[in-house]
Design a binder for this molecule. Sequence first.
Ligand code: 5GP
Ligand code: ZN
Length: 119
Amino acid sequence: MGDCIFCKILRGEIPSRKVYEDELAYAFHDINPVAPIHILIIPKKHLAGIHEMEEEDRELIGHLFWVARRIAEDLGHSPSQDPTRGYRLVLNSGSLAGQTVFHLHLHLLAGREMSWPPG
Ligand code: 5GP
Ligand code: ZN
């Protein structure tokens, strides 16, 4: 997708601070972090959001969660390693929900206590 900023990041046209990459997914630090750890996990395939997910994307979306778990563990924020640790995964769908970039992305937030409900 020519104008999509995350596709541009995938093509190397916009720089990013890479955390993880494999054949299906790419993860990088958010440019405007809202927590000490704020990483975005995206599919290499352009999908506008979870609202455009097709049945054939089920494994891909599951893979993004698997990558999130691995990154959280690598950074030492998994409650399975330490019950005082934790992280939040956020996926905004549509502008009403706060989505601003229409290439599906999972936010991985960690390093501070999270409150509920979100804003
Ligand atoms: P959304 O609001 O769509 O769920 O999240 C989009 C996220 O992408 C925001 O947290 C925003 O800071 C981040 N973002 C937008 N443009 C860029 C960019 O060019 N580079 C990086 N690393 N993050 C970006
Ligand atoms: Zn894209």
